[in-house]
Design a protein around this ligand. Structure first.
Ligand code: SF4
Length: 485
């Protein structure tokens, strides 16, 4: 899988002061980026925190705070003027003891893109099998076929789960599993078809990149390399697949890969699978599993590779979709053309998987490593502060990925609440049947009610907005829902 990803999750530039620029004629169709005027009304009728309000005083307050680390001066300047951070600056943000400024800078970025909105969704997870041909060191989820606790769902059982999910009001079913050595490729296409037949409104987000590579092998298209990957994705899409989760990315570094998850695909292959998905109009997420044997520099390298891929993807997307490019300035002061994110995307103007020429990375999900019951059990878990810091750095570095998710089921809802303050704009969903973390023994609950999620968001000072998988706002009455607007 899958696995740890989604741990095991079984899941610039000078931005031209993007919020203060006149609206370009094409900005309404940028992927996931609408201006504040498109945001849903607040519950009390008051204006929301508008990106335009992030003026010089905000940065002056950061500098004036007792304990401010002057090593952050050029980073504060870069964020204030919308310049993309480079890796060395990312290292400074990781190293500074001034966590309050790190959090404040992450918050500036999230408010520019999303104002005071914090997203959640109503979803269900399905881990169709824990049987896996691999035995990644960090994975406590996988089993061999005859092991105690090994399982796999039949197509009928999957159909039942889809019906239950739809009846409970879920808008999305998130499906990942182990690399089952004996299930045929037809099992996976039948799974998609069965779900679409029994619960047509459910968005199917399924299969991490390593599962897609596995499916290319078992469908005898592994030798066709990128063409084989594309053919598998096309078959799955034709059968009902809507988008890909971001799991299995771990950390894009060969040393870390060979030591901790040898046998899984390398970063290059993960990126290739997502590139193929984007070319087919399939949106994807991206994860980063941190806090094990990688270094902070490895994390920054991971972010840099994702950022470069997203730059290319968005440029291609803009050309095919007829969206004008804008001038951006990188950290060295060089101008170039790019898709520059503007913010809040709340009115469903994103391109949707299936009806646009290109997909793209919607969301980055930093995932802390939980060593319990894995072969890396001797390692400590990342601390709360490291989790906050990593999330804020992800928001700052990945300026071209619209959303940053604090995945509460791995972070806990309390930590996800804090992460909303540090740059996250999404805390995922109600999540039921999340077998992977349960097996890992993190002690996190498997289900959260909508009122738990919205209360946590409001307590953190943000406005909860239910979204579908494509970040379109959802209007809901009980289990009945529709896309708002
Ligand atoms: S052992 Fe299998 S299920 Fe676990 S992380 Fe590795 S590929 Fe995924």
């Amino acid at each position: 899988m899958s696995g740890q990803q989604d741990q095991t999750v079984v899941d610039h530039h000078k931005h031209e002061q993007f919020m203060s620029q006149p609206e370009s004629p094409t900005s309404d169709v940028h992927p996931g980026h609408r201006r504040t005027s498109g945001a849903p009304p607040s519950e009390d009728g008051q204006p929301h925190v508008r990106p335009e309000q992030i003026g010089p005083a905000v940065f002056e307050r950061i500098r004036q705070r007792p304990g401010y680390d002057t090593a952050l001066d050029d980073i504060v300047d870069a964020v204030a003027s919308g310049r993309r951070l480079n890796v060395a600056q990312g290292e400074t943000v990781f190293a500074t003891p001034d966590i309050w400024s790190v959090i404040s800078l992450g918050d500036v970025y999230r408010r520019r893109l999303h104002g005071d909105i914090a997203y959640y969704n109503v979803n269900r997870h399905l881990n169709y099998s824990n049987v896996c041909a691999l035995s990644c060191k960090f994975c406590a989820f996988h089993r061999k076929k005859d092991d105690d606790g090994a399982y796999q769902y039949s197509i009928d059982e999957i159909r039942e789960e889809a019906v239950k999910a739809a009846a409970s009001g879920a808008t999305e079913i998130h499906i990942v599993g182990g690399l089952h050595p004996w299930l045929p490729f037809s099992y996976y296409t039948e799974m998609m078809t069965a779900i679409k037949e029994s619960a047509p409104a459910l968005h199917i987000k399924a299969f991490t990149a390593v599962e897609i590579v596995h499916l290319a092998r078992i469908s005898k298209r592994g030798r066709d390399k990128q063409d084989g990957i594309k053919a598998v994705l096309q078959d799955l899409k034709d059968a009902g697949l809507d988008s890909l989760p971001g799991g299995g990315a771990e950390v894009f570094d060969d040393r870390v890969h060979d030591e901790a998850f040898k046998g899984k695909i390398r970063g290059e292959q993960w990126l290739d699978v997502h590139r193929a998905a984007h070319e087919l109009g399939i949106n994807t997420n991206a994860t980063m599993l941190y806090g094990h044997i990688e270094t902070r520099r490895d994390r920054l390298h991971h972010m840099q590779l994702l950022r470069e891929q997203q730059d290319r993807t968005l440029r291609e997307w803009a050309v095919k979709f007829g969206v004008g490019l804008q001038k951006a300035v990188n950290h060295d002061g060089e101008e170039h053309e790019a898709v520059v994110l503007t913010g809040p995307d709340t009115n469903g103007r994103q391109p949707q998987a299936g009806d646009t020429p290109n997909g793209y990375h919607q969301t980055i999900i930093p995932l802390p490593f939980f060593p319990d019951k894995s072969d890396l059990e001797h390692l400590p878990s990342p601390s709360g502060l490291e989790n906050l810091r990593t999330l804020a750095v992800s928001r700052l570095m990945l300026d071209n990925i619209p959303h940053v998710k604090a995945f509460w089921i791995m972070q806990t809802l309390a930590m996800a609440q804090l992460q909303l303050k540090a740059g996250a704009d999404d805390i995922d969903g109600t999540v039921v049947w999340y077998d992977i973390t349960k097996v890992g023994g993190t002690g996190t609950s498997q289900e959260c009610s909508v009122s738990d999620l919205t209360r946590a968001i409001r307590e953190a000072g943000f406005r909860p907005v239910e979204r579908d998988t494509l970040y379109r706002p959802v209007a809901r009455q009980g289990s009945a829902w529709s896309i708002a607007g």
